[in-house]
Design a protein around this ligand. Structure first.
Ligand code: PLP
Length: 393
């Protein structure tokens, strides 16, 4: 019997009702709280949440495709088991990358990879080196384990400054536990080219681990970009973090993984929870096979990103050219936090502040309807100015 998305959602809703789970959700859930003891984030009810245009967390707003829903639905029967067939998820991921299963560490989202790398490679006050702004989770985790980060500013045109990273990696070599490179970078959406990645790996101490976060790999079109997985096969100390939360639309189900040498995986494994649910193991395996759906999501996302950026530029506001399912817009001199609140009042969720780029706002690319709601809200909040273009960036 074909499984519809409605049947699947109904199943979850029924299960939640049965368990008596409160119908409140965290609408700002992309990043961890600011630290222990942080105030609880604002919450909304399910109805309120469903009514929002969710453009704040770089999710895939189309939801998982039918093939993935079917695989997950078929796995409900393992809810009460430990040693159930798991869809060979680790083997499938290894096959997908042409590596061995020993090169894969399966995690609850790639956020767990970032934490595990921090815990494993920042002993005794060692530091992480990276740029700012980037995906702050790595730096926040370092703080939570009483370590620190060396954060370099972005270079020209908001690009990650590779020569500066190389220089810092060498001059601080004895203090560092690893280097963090988010490629493409969140929140700018800009890639580090394959030539630059090589330049970085060749320029830093040979044994320095580099965590390369490829959460948005699947959205990149630029031929100057390439995954860094081949460096694992070359025997370099790189750890690639991947997620099923973005192109595969499984953020709420929590699945990610690291690809690294057997030795590095062994160093990380003791710190991982090893706690992945039965449904998403089957959903993840199905997702790897459904390349047609992923290509469709990529195409729709890029088309809508370009269309939205063109509309904002016609209205007089510059955007940063992105290779991902989000982009940044310059707010014409305004600061982002009050603007986020204004969008929230119009039932549109947009990205949080990314210091020091607080005069920009990060916007995720959602469905056509959500992007239309975003553009309408933008035009209500921001007065029209002369047309601008991003040419030259
Ligand atoms: N890395 C980057 C760059 C991200 O933007 C995110 C989430 O937005 C993550 C990692 C963590 O995502 P997840 O834990 O859902 O895989």
């Amino acid at each position: 019997m074909p499984v519809s998305r409605r049947d699947f959602v109904g199943g979850i809703a029924a299960a939640l009702g049965y368990l008596g789970v409160a119908s409140e959700v965290d609408v700002f859930a992309q990043n961890r709280p600011a630290g222990q003891g942080a105030a609880p984030r604002p919450r909304s009810t399910m109805d309120e949440y469903d009514s929002l245009a969710k453009l704040a967390s770089n999710e895939n707003n189309y939801g998982p495709p039918e093939s993935v829903m079917k695989a997950m639905n078929n796995a409900w029967k393992y809810s009460n088991r430990y040693g159930y067939p798991d869809g060979n998820i680790v083997q499938e991921i290894a096959k997908h990358h042409g590596v061995k299963p020993e090169n894969i560490l399966l995690t609850a989202g790639s956020g767990e990879v970032l934490d595990v790398v921090g815990t494993a490679f920042l002993p005794a006050g060692k530091k992480v080196l990276g740029v700012e702004p980037s995906y702050g989770s790595v730096y926040q985790h370092a703080t939570s384990i009483k370590s620190t980060a060396i954060k370099l500013p972005l270079g020209k045109d908001y690009r990650q400054d590779i020569p500066a990273l190389i220089k810092a990696a060498n001059s601080h070599a004895s203090e560092l536990g690893f280097v963090y490179l988010c490629n493409p970078n969140n929140p700018t959406g800009i890639i580090v080219t394959k030539q630059e990645v090589k330049q970085l790996l060749d320029g830093i101490p040979k044994d320095m681990p580099v965590l390369i976060d490829e959460a948005y790999h699947h959205f990149v079109d630029d031929p100057n970009y390439a995954t860094s997985v081949p460096y694992v096969l070359e025997g370099r100390p790189v750890i690639i973090a991947r997620t099923f939360s973005k192109i595969a639309a499984l953020a709420g189900m929590r699945l990610g993984y690291a690809v690294a040498s057997t030795e590095l995986v062994q160093r990380m494994r003791p710190f991982s929870m090893g706690s992945i649910n039965a449904l998403v193991k089957h959903g993840g395996a199905a997702s790897l096979k459904d390349t047609a759906s992923q290509a469709e999501v990529k195409k729709r996302t890029i088309d809508l990103r370009k269309k939205t950026a063109a509309e904002l530029e016609a209205h007089g506001y510059r955007t940063i050219p992105s290779e991902t399912n989000f982009f940044m817009v310059h707010l014409g001199g305004r600061q982002v936090q009050p603007v986020i609140e204004e969008f929230r009042e119009k039932k549109v969720l947009v990205g949080r502040p990314f210091p020091p780029m607080t005069d920009h706002m990060r916007v995720s690319v959602g469905t056509a309807d959500e992007m239309a709601r975003f553009v309408t809200a933008f035009k209500e909040i921001f007065p029209a100015k002369g047309k601008v273009s991003t040419a030259g960036l």
